[in-house]
Design a protein around this ligand. Sequence first.
Ligand SMILES: C[S@@+](CC[C@H](N)C(=O)[O-])C[C@H]1O[C@@H](n2cnc3c(N)ncnc32)[C@H](O)[C@@H]1O
Length: 223
Amino acid sequence: MVEGGGAPVEWRGAVPVSRRFGDPYFSLEDGLAEARHVFLGGNGLPERARPGFRILEMGFGTGLNCLATLAALRRAGQAGPVFYTAFEAYPLAPGDRARALAAFPELSREAVELDGLLARGGGPHALGPLVLTLVTGDARETLPAWTGEADAAYLDGFAPARNPEMWEAPLLAVLAARLAPGGTLATYSAAGAVRRALEAAGLLVERRPGFGRKRHMTVARRP
Ligand SMILES: C[S@@+](CC[C@H](N)C(=O)[O-])C[C@H]1O[C@@H](n2cnc3c(N)ncnc32)[C@H](O)[C@@H]1O
């Protein structure tokens, strides 16, 4: 349903599916376990986090990856600040975001905190140990205009076949250039074109076991 003018979604069980892209926002099996396996595990988090660490997310969606990160940092006793900058072209309506996150009761405290903050705009917002900034607009324009650097990146567009603009080589080259030396990137996709574009952008690319029914995922590191 379209709520409050946000990105149009329909529901497959508890999981929102984009009407624009025809793809779910996260794994139909278990989005939180997927976030932990792919984005946290792929970037060595929370272990690598330290005060001043910088995380970049391509595709904020429901905020599930963000809240999984927040909960993991709290569990690890990491006080931060850890800077979390997320890029999103089509923000969800608050009601849809809350409905999606309600499927993860262990994040209920974090979901309420997030809701209160985003009602006040894109930030930066103090969210426990995180400092969250949500950059709204097409990442092909907003990422090149962003002058920051990241120690870890979550590349989480919809499937490359359905959302090719999030995976095109020029954008991935900009993303690679925004990684600090030693910085890492993780994505659930193991598409050959994505891996090749990351390699061409100078990253060391590795295939790892994927989450759930996905055999592989991709991790990359800037030397
Ligand atoms: C798979 S979903 C992300 C799920 C999200 N990480 C979460 O935790 O819920 C992909 C996201 O990429 C966004 N997106 C698609 N094309 C985009 C673009 N050109 N620029 C920025 N964001 C885009 C979509 O609106 C969607 O929110």
